[in-house]
Design a protein around this ligand. Structure first.
Ligand code: FES
Length: 319
């Protein structure tokens, strides 16, 4: 069971075109749980509408959380609902969780943000600067008016380590990914967050340049995988009771479980946040998420039931 708490929107700020930030404080006026750079909270917008947002403020702060939200034209409801919120309103959030933490013994950190992917990087940059760590932050956006937190980054102590890149700007300032990643060395770690295309471009350039997989860290905001016409039905079995549950061709495992009275916590429902990860004790999952690593996919002992399916007729779940 995920712990939740009520918070009040102390401030809502337009940070750039289609991007608002929200400063959240505890509704009871107390301190908020501590977090580490790269962490996110799940915001509960309605009964079945829960969305993860990265915390962008300095991780040493417990009097507030800062999140920022891009209004997505193809929103499934989350970003539009967030943008409709007003200062003074109360909302429910989860405790912070971190699947995108900094590597503590790294000797250098290369932070690459695309668009709203800047949010976890802000907390990372703050923490690394406070620790005197070696890092640089590259921030790629379409144009200056779509670039959130510009003033904040220009005024930060670590401003000399930040580079802005706009797709619509002169070629001399656009990001040359291949040049940036061409010299990996042991102890240097790369972190990337942003749109899927940007992330794939960075990760494939890094792999081609010889970066070890263990030095590449990523967090996706939105999944790219969807149901296909060839999806078939299969069964999932609860290991605790032996109960067999049918998953229809057009149904997610999470939905089939919920219909049978078994609730699995979810947040993104797109295979990017890891909230729903469930252990698989038997059978072969068909992974459709962007959260688990290739190694975890190959092991097949866990999967994301919000979007992944089965290659075998039955999956036995640790539920
Ligand atoms: Fe986010 Fe399944 S709910 S990965």
């Amino acid at each position: 069971m995920t712990l939740t708490r009520r918070v009040r929107i102390a401030r809502k700020t337009i940070e750039a075109q289609d991007i608002c930030s929200f400063e959240l404080v505890a509704a009871d006026g107390g301190a908020l749980p501590a977090f580490t750079a790269g962490a996110h909270v799940d915001v509960h917008l309605a009964d079945s509408l829960v969305r993860p947002y990265s915390l962008c403020n300095h991780p040493s702060e417990t009097h507030r959380y800062l999140i920022a939200v891009l209004r997505e034209p193809a929103s499934r409801g989350g970003s539009a609902a967030m943008h409709a919120l007003r200062e003074g309103q109360e909302i429910t959030i989860s405790a912070p969780r971190n699947h995108f933490g900094l590597v503590r013994d790294a000797q250098a950190h290369l932070l690459l943000a695309g668009g709203i992917g800047i949010t976890p990087m802000l907390a990372m940059a703050e923490q690394l600067a406070a620790e005197g760590a070696a890092f640089e932050l590259h921030y790629c956006t379409r144009s200056a008016d779509r670039t959130a937190f510009t003033q904040y980054l220009r005024a930060a102590d670590f401003a000399p380590r930040v580079r802005f890149h706009h797709d619509a700007g002169p070629a001399t300032q656009t990001l040359d990914i291949a040049a940036l990643v061409e010299r990996p060395w042991p102890g240097k770690h790369l972190y990337v967050c942003g749109p899927a295309g940007f992330m794939e471009a960075v990760l494939s350039a890094a792999r081609s340049a010889g970066w070890a997989e263990s030095t590449l860290h990523r967090e996706y905001f939105a999944g790219t995988v969807t149901a296909t016409d060839s999806d078939g039905a299969f069964d999932v079995q609860l290991a605790s009771s032996g109960v067999l549950i049918r998953v229809a061709a057009d149904q997610s495992v999470v939905a089939a479980l919920a219909a049978a009275g078994v609730q699995v916590p979810v947040s993104c429902e797109q295979g990017v946040c890891g909230t729903c990860v469930t252990r698989v004790l038997d059978g072969t999952p068909e992974h459709r998420d962007l959260f688990l690593t290739d190694e975890e996919h190959a092991r097949g002992d866990c999967f994301t039931p919000c979007c992944s399916r089965a290659l075998s007729p039955r999956l036995v779940l640790d539920l």
